[in-house]
Design a binder for this molecule. Structure first.
Ligand SMILES: Nc1nc2c(c(=O)[nH]1)N[C@H]1C(S)=C(S)[C@@H](COP(=O)(O)O)O[C@H]1N2
Ligand SMILES: [Mo]
Length: 203
């Protein structure tokens, strides 16, 4: 699995060694989950494929983690309190979700990939994993989940739903039309992302 991002010259952020996840509502802090809180929920292995919007895929990844819906139920949110949420990362990256997509059975908060703790390359110390959506929804270095009443602003090129099965690659352009141009971006992007990894500093 390559290190991948649409800002490939930027090294991964310096992160704490242990997960710390803020749950927010309209930006206001509701509660904070620690590594111990996640361990109590019983992390399990989940096998899933991964699809980057640029057309590369990896099959059979084994993530260790807890379904996001179980994590949110444990803090009194068995049902989504609002129709949308934003996942935020330590590199200031974010992704928008409908609450229904984020509460799907296959959406995880993962700490391990293929039996090893997540590293800087793949999203340490905590990563959101949503296998049914394009990779840009699988937010690495996750630091916060922020519930929103109104539809959050999406990033350029981000589809709100990004369902792989419906080829929702882009908010406006048809998915098919993007296959070739996106494919051409893979080698230079992967090369730059790998090179900038060497500039990563541990926290
Ligand atoms: N925090 C953060 N998460 C991110 C990204 C990013 O740049 N920053 N890139 C996304 C994209 S476009 C993809 S394809 C996957 C790549 O995951 P990998 O680097 O573990 O292969 O991470 C996603 N999650
Ligand atoms: Mo991606």
């Amino acid at each position: 699995m390559p290190r991948f991002t649409d800002i490939p010259h930027r090294p991964p952020p310096t992160m704490p060694g242990e997960p710390r996840l803020e749950i927010r509502r309209e930006g206001e802090l509701v509660t904070v989950l620690t590594a111990a809180d996640l361990r109590v929920l019983g992390p399990r292995e989940h096998t899933a494929d991964f699809h980057c919007v640029t057309t590369w895929s990896v099959t059979g990844l084994v993530w260790t983690g807890v379904p996001l819906r179980e994590v949110l139920a444990s803090v009194g949110m068995p049902e989504p309190p609002t129709p949308y949420l934003v996942a935020r990362a330590g590199d200031r990256r974010k992704a928008a979700f409908t609450a229904a997509d984020a509460y799907a059975d296959d959406v995880l908060l993962a700490t391990h990939l293929n039996g090893a703790a997540l590293d800087a390359r793949h999203g340490a110390p905590l990563r959101l994993v949503s296998p049914s959506q394009y990779g840009y929804k699988s937010v690495k270095h996750l630091i916060a989940i922020d519930f929103r009443a109104d539809q959050p602003r999406i990033m350029a090129k981000e589809h709100l739903r990004a369902r792989v099965a419906l080829e929702e690659r882009h908010p406006r352009l048809p998915g098919r039309a993007l296959r070739l141009p996106y494919r051409l971006l893979i080698p230079p992007t992967a090369h730059l992302a790998e090179r900038s990894l060497s500039r990563h500093r541990t926290g």
